[in-house]
Unconditional design. Structure first.
Length: 97
């Protein structure tokens, strides 16, 4: 009798573990749409984020706007938050000229 209860408990534990794993994978959400948000020069949060990545101050906001314009000219589309690294590199090349 003890062996039967132990076997049923083990099978129950395995089924619960498998159900938990499949439920977790089934509920996983794609968060990529947050990074696909276009960078708006009038959005102070996004401008602060880009300035923070560069280590700049508020007085460097014109450099950010120039880099956004250069990105749009080079790639033919508005940059998204996923393109923040490219915009920061454009900010570096703008500030050295």
């Amino acid at each position: 009798m003890y062996l039967l209860l132990e076997a049923l408990s083990t099978v129950g534990d395995l089924l619960f573990g498998v159900w938990t794993i499949f439920d977790w994978f089934g509920n996983a959400k794609d968060t990529s749409d947050k990074n696909d948000e276009e960078i708006d020069p009038n959005n102070s949060f996004q401008m602060g984020y880009l300035l923070g990545l560069k280590g700049g101050t508020i007085t460097n906001a014109a450099i950010v706007q120039s880099a956004l314009l250069r990105f749009e000219q080079a790639h033919g589309r508005k940059p998204t938050m996923r393109d923040a690294g490219v915009v920061v590199s454009l900010m570096d090349s703008t500030s050295t000229k």
